[in-house]
Write a protein that binds this ligand. Structure first.
Ligand SMILES: Cc1cc2nc3c(=O)[nH]c(=O)nc-3n(C[C@H](O)[C@H](O)[C@H](O)COP(=O)(O)O)c2cc1C
Ligand code: SF4
Length: 431
């Protein structure tokens, strides 16, 4: 049985209102944090082993310690609530249920970082969440947890909610900053990294919703308690949005380190496959991670149980592993067509490429075109290797990771399901 840190009170009626949230221990971490040394909070987060939940899994405490505190410029905290990755819907679910927990996390994190302005960049389509966050912010402010001189500590903080305008690329942190500055969402060349030169050229920390929401529990219960959950460098709990051919799609909070098999097959989580179906593949971390065929889903290539950790999912690297990514877990059974699925993802990446770099701008279009003809029975055998060749020319040759995200699913689909691509050529489409 996995414990609940983030979703413990998610189903309490009225938990999205200040009084009920407060009755359930809400904002206790702010009371504790404002009496602490900000650097002690950073240390606590380091000790917890918390890693960024937006996709890359970088240590949050280390990221926070990179923030340029010597600069005379203001510092900013930016929460990434853009969540546009196909298959990923955990932040949306979380913010709908617990807007106050995100606000609480923003206050404690801002205090630790010495920022007096925090932004939440929310996917614009989530208009009801924007409203819920605005209400939560106003309620917290009226209760003295936000605004000037929070709880008499002398610390001031304002939180602003900024809606995005429907571009997936604005979830990439530097494109997000451009967009927040009122410009077109073009990713920036790094370095400099945001910790040195971020929003308006000032030191900035950017964290995912789930990352920031984990901070209150860490401050109330201590970094070691968080680190005690999970395995190795994958500590704490993780929100996973599960979809595809399973009995119980939804958002689940898991202890890091449960097996993939338990996650897919147990009634506590996905509830197993639909009757009479067999597992074909899993996509463990959103549309941008390599696809894993059934024989590598529950076990690694070395025959070890595959675990829901950053390390175990990556076991085998790009040859026989995948990534935790954003926790968008998609299950495909024997009725799913890998070529169609890969084509569908490629359409998305082509559409969402910002067009700044030619390998991504042109390459994503070529991938879509070649996959379209394979899926529609017009492909040739050499198209299969062409897909790999195009992908290899995109991967690692672009300004941001959208290019990689477009390439990895294609390369892994061909690697693990070549016979299905060949069958599309021989049989002029899907059987
Ligand atoms: C194309 C692209 C889209 C991204 N979309 C998101 C997103 O919607 N939400 C998010 O938190 N991170 C997203 N990221 C990752 C962010 O760039 C960044 O790593 C993350 O917000 C950092 O927060 P974390 O350290 O808490 O994970 C995206 C990255 C790329 C390359
Ligand atoms: S990789 Fe693609 S999305 Fe990223 S900057 Fe280049 S063209 Fe834009």
């Amino acid at each position: 049985m996995s414990r609940k840190i983030l979703l413990e009170h998610a189903d309490v009626p009225g938990i999205d209102t200040f009084p009920i949230y407060r009755q359930h221990g809400g904002y206790d971490s702010v009371e504790k944090a404002v009496k602490m040394d900000p650097m002690a909070i950073v240390e606590e987060v380091k000790t917890s082993g918390l890693r960024g939940r937006g996709g890359a899994g970088f240590s949050t405490g280390i990221k926070w310690s990179f923030l340029d505190r010597k600069s005379n410029n203001p510092r900013y905290l930016v929460c990434n609530a853009d969540e546009g990755e196909p298959g990923t819907f955990k932040d949306r679910y979380f913010m709908e249920k617990l807007p106050h927990l995100l606000v609480e996390g923003l206050i404690v994190s801002s205090f630790a970082l010495g920022t007096h302005t925090a932004y939440v960049y929310v996917r614009g389509e989530f208009f009801w969440i924007i409203e819920a966050l605005e209400v939560a912010i106003a309620e917290a402010k009226a209760a003295g947890f936000l605004g000037k001189n929070i709880l008499g500590s002398g610390f001031d903080l304002e939180i602003y909610v900024h809606p995005g305008a429907g571009a997936y690329i604005c979830g990439e942190e530097s494109a997000l900053l451009e967009s927040l500055e009122g410009k077109k969402g073009y990713p920036r060349i790094k370095p400099p990294f945001p910790a040195i030169s971020g929003l308006f050229g000032c030191p900035t920390v950017i964290n995912n919703v789930e990352t920031i929401a984990a901070v209150p529990w860490i401050i109330v219960n201590g970094g070691p308690a968080y680190a005690a959950i999970g395995i190795g460098r994958s500590t704490g709990t993780k929100l996973i949005s599960a979809s595809g051919n399973i009995k119980k799609p939804g958002v689940y909070e898991i202890d890091m380190g449960i097996t993939v098999e338990e996650f897919v097959m147990s009634d506590e989580f996905c509830g197993g496959l639909l009757e009479g179906r067999t597992l074909k593949a899993i996509i463990a971390g959103g549309s941008s991670v390599p696809i894993l065929p059934a024989h590598l889903a529950f076990k690694t290539a070395a025959g070890e149980p595959r675990l829901m950790t950053y390390e175990s999912l990556f076991d085998g690297g790009f040859a026989s592993g995948t990534m935790m990514g954003s926790g968008g877990f998609i299950v495909l059974d024997n009725t799913a067509c890998i070529v169609r699925n890969t084509w569908n993802f490629s359409r998305f990446y082509h559409h969402e490429s910002c067009g700044q770099c030619s390998p991504c701008r042109e390459g994503t279009g070529w991938l879509e075109k070649v996959l379209h003809r394979l899926e529609h029975g017009e492909g040739k055998m050499h198209d299969i290797d062409l897909l790999v060749s195009i992908s290899k020319k995109i991967e690692g040759h672009t300004i941001c990771a959208l290019g990689d995200a477009a390439a990895w699913p294609v390369v892994s689909a061909v690697l693990h399901f070549r016979e299905e691509f060949e069958s599309h050529v021989k049989n002029r489409g899907c059987l």
